[in-house]
Every structure is written in C-alpha cells, then in structure tokens.
Design a binder for this molecule. Sequence first.
Ligand SMILES: Nc1ncnc2c1ncn2[C@@H]1O[C@H](COP(=O)(O)OP(=O)(O)OP(=O)(O)O)[C@@H](O)[C@H]1O
Length: 578
Amino acid sequence: MALSQSDTAFLEALVPGYTFISRIFLSYLHIDLAAYLQYFVALALFGVSMRYLSEYLTQFFETYLVCTAEMRLDDELFNYLMYWWSRRPNTKRTNHFLAGVRTNGYWGDDDDDSDNADSDDEDEEWSVVDGSTNAESFDDYWTKVINRDKYKKLRFTPAQGRHYFWYQGRLLMLERRYEQSGARWVLNNEKLYLSCLGRDPSILHKLLSDAQHKFVERDGSRTIIYRGQRGSSGSTFDWCRCMSRPPRPLDTVILDNTQKQLFLADIEDYLEKGTAEWYAEHGIPYRRGYLLSGPPGTGKSSLCFAVAGKLGLKIYLLNLSSRALDEDNLYALFSELPRRCILLVEDVDTSEITHSRGQSIFPRSGPSQADNSPSNTDNNSSPDEPGKISPDGKTEKTGITLSSLLNVLDGVAASEGRILVMTTNHPEKLDDALLRAGRVDMQIEFRLAISEDIENLYKSIYSVSKEARVRQSPRRVKQLQNGSEEDGESDDHKPNGVHSRRHELQSRIENLAKEFASLVPSGEFSPAEIQGYLLKHKDHPERAIRDVAEWVKEEREKKRAKKAAEIKAKESQGKKQS
Ligand SMILES: Nc1ncnc2c1ncn2[C@@H]1O[C@H](COP(=O)(O)OP(=O)(O)OP(=O)(O)O)[C@@H](O)[C@H]1O
C-alpha cells in the first residue's frame, strides 16, 4: 500500500524516525511497513484501551469490592501491627521480608525493655543454654548473658510491597509503602495498608484489635513512658514511646506518710467514677495539677513513677526547655494526650517559663538574668511570642514562654482528665500565675532525709522480701543472712528454717537501721545521696554502718569545697562586672 506524502509526514510526526525505519525494513527485509499499518494502529489502540480499562477495573475493584485500612508511621497502631506480624507463626515462611536486629524503630523501647518484652523467647533460649537459671556462679551467669547479647534476636517485618496471608480463614493483604515526602531528613515516611475482599471491614477491625491486645499484653503491669519529641515529619512534635519500666512500689519512696497518702488520695478522688461529671456540672475544667518541689534527689520523680505504677497510668514526659518547642507544638502535644495519664514536666524552673508574664525573656545584660525594667523590653518581642530578638538583631527561637504555657494549660485543647505533675528545685522562681489554684491544686515539698527517712532507706535497701530472694543471686542472699562473707551452713532445708531465718534477718536489719540513722546527720543529705552510699555496700549491711562516719566526713568536705569555689566564682564575676 503506497502512502501519500502527507500521510508519511503525518506518521513521521506521530512516530519520529518512521521514514528511516520503513526504508531499512524495505531495503534489507523487503517488508513494506505501510502494508501492516492498520494492524499496528489497531494493536496500539487495543493496548491503550486495555490499560485504561485495567486501571478503571482496579479502581472499581478497590473502591467497591475491597476494604482497606491505612496506618501511618506516627500512629501507635503501626507498631501494634508490626509487632503482631513479627510474632505470627508463619512469619518465618515469608519469602520477602525486612530483617534486622534493632527493635527500637517499631517497638519504641530501649534494648532493656525489648528484652523484657521477649521474655517468652528468652526463657526458651535460657533453657537451651543449660536448662537451669538457679544457683549458678557469677562467671557462669555472666558468660550466658554475654553470649545471649552477642546473638541479638533477629526480627522480621514485611518488606516493601504486597504480602498475602490468611487470617481466621480469610485471605488478607498487607502492603508496606514508602512514600516520597520531598524532605530528605524524613527517613521513614512509611504507611501500611491492610486489605480484605468484600465490603465488610470487620475482619480488619478484628485483626487490628488482636494486634493491639498482643502489644498491650506484652507490657503487663509495666509503667509506659512517652516523650514529647520531634515526630517523623521532622517539623512537628509527637508523643513517642521511649521506654517501659516495672512499676515502682509506693512504699519504696521514702516520704512523710501523710503527704504521700494525701497525694495518692487526691489523685484517686480525681479519677473516681463520677468526678468528671461533678466537674462538668459545676462548670470546672476536669484537670488537676501538682507541684513537687524540693532539693535534687529527694524523690519527686520517684513518687510520680510510683503513683503511675500503682494506678496503671501512662507517663508523658515533657521537656519545656527544648528550643524547638513552640506554642503550636505544645498545643498539639496537649491535644494528643489520652484521657487518663500523668503529664510529667520535670525541672520546670530551668525553662523560659520562670520569667514572669510581665518580664522580658531576653534582657540586654544576658539571657539568664531577668530584668523588669521597661527599657529592656523595648528591643525584644513580647513574651507572648515564642520568637525573640537577640542583641545582634536576629530573631531566635526561645522555646516555651510562661504565657504560651498558660494558654495551653487553660486552652480548649488541653485534654480533660489529665494529671499535670511539675517538679522543681526552685519553687520560688515560679510565677504566681502558674501556681494559682486550677493550675496547681496541690504542692508537695520534699526534704533532705531526716532520721526517720534514713532509717527507712536503710531498711528498704537491705530488707529482702520472699520474692526478691528468689530473684536475687544466692550469693547475695547468703551474705545478707549471715552478715559476713564467712558463711556457715544454711538451714533453709530444715522445717521452719526459711521462716525463722527471714524473721531473724528482718529484726537484725531493723536494729541496724536504727544504728545507721543515729550515725547520719538528719536533714543534711538527700535520699539519693544516702541511697548512693548504701548501694556501694548493698551486700554488707554492717560494713555500711562501719564506714558511714568516714563517708559523712568526706561528703561534708566535698560540699564545703564546692561552696567555697562557688563563692569565689561569684566574687570574681562581681569584680569583673564592676
Ligand atoms: N524519697 C526517696 N525515697 C526513695 N528513693 C529516693 C528518694 N529520693 C530519691 N531517691 C532515689 O534517688 C534517685 C533520684 O531520685 P529522683 O529522681 O526521684 O529525685 P528528684 O527529686 O526527682 O531529683 P531531681 O530534682 O534532680 O530531678 C532515685 O534512684 C531514687 O530511687
């Protein structure tokens, strides 16, 4: 079939190089492409229409015949599903997977915690090692620990792409997708899609709730701690699970018992059934705030963790000193808080909010000194604004100001039912506006250890409960029982031997505790300092008493030297300024 010149020109425009190609075909293969032109056109049309048809059918199928759940990386559900997947019995048979030894990425806990989380597996490993975990020397025990740590557990999660699997007799599909965000610092912008055939999504709900249960059961009674930090997007702040700890018994926090019980009773009353309705009926926002103040190492954070453990509440840790945190981020973090939780703001006096509402947050004389003079506020932005003008005229990020914090605490986004606990070493630095009732409803003052506290601290270190004895190394228990390394024969095998031995030990520790308390000056050392000393002698209660006078002398000497150095530094600073 001969083509006219205009037809050839048209084909050339449609398929560049057509003339050249058809000439080659004609000269070398004696094939006239023009003769087959109609077939090529039909094939191309068929291909294009098939493509459109398949896209349309896929879209139709996915819209009307498939249910899909989408999970984002910054949501906890993502972790639940990954955890569930890694624990599936069939996971090991998947031929396309992502393998690794780090669990932090998806389970959010530190190594310690993940160890705990996998205790079932570890029990297996331990029994494989030697079949027993009791009564072993330190060397045996340590060799096992080190060997186990060398071979970190391999984790398998689904690789990018689609994975088909059966769940309760239904065929489901899990798709893992990495999405381009355009931002180079966003490493893991991933999503999971879980799909099933049909328009009833109940099987997906069931699987997701199963995954959630498995994940939550793993935590048991542990206290879960979240931290407010930059999210995966890099610009916003999210609550990220950072660790979980075994609950701390309340009686291990040495504090005036009345204060401790008042604190606990107040929280329990606040969480009691009907309290939320009572607040609503009286038009009062359902929130409660506490300020725990006192010198460092006196047990403020410990009390908070112990109460969280007792009530099974999660702890949300917030560092207000972060320069990247602004009012919008704080607002978002508050609105993300669950209904019942403890929001712990530690060392609230170290952040910008110690500057009162009327004060400049960035005086000319230096960022750390507050100055009330109006002239100093002239060049600075309002304390209400998170940005401020530095002496070189540039705007700097300042973190959270007092006004921002108050706005967020009182704002509509501040979640109802939360318990705010702020800790400080310097309550006098805090503005009255922050401490007013409604924001801080109860203040607890922590003190340096008095004689009674010292006695209790000693007892809490050396008293060995039945359960703790089982967990502890036999060597340590033996040392405590005998009070010295020269050990006689244990009478644990005799009838009533264990009981009488424990009773004896307990009364011995009580007498020693009294003696210890009489040797340590009351109101001079923090519980943390005393605990630190006792830990050095944790297996030797008598040695702790024998050496304590020397320790007190050394500590006093250190403190005197530190104070002298501080006075000297202040004097030289004063001289420089004058
Ligand atoms: N009152 C106490 N009872 C029992 N242990 C205490 C007490 N105070 C401190 N400790 C021990 O000292 C350590 C530090 O305690 P914690 O962090 O609770 O002190 P803090 O008052 O919050 O200190 P900071 O003001 O420096 O944050 C912990 O290991 C804790 O067990």
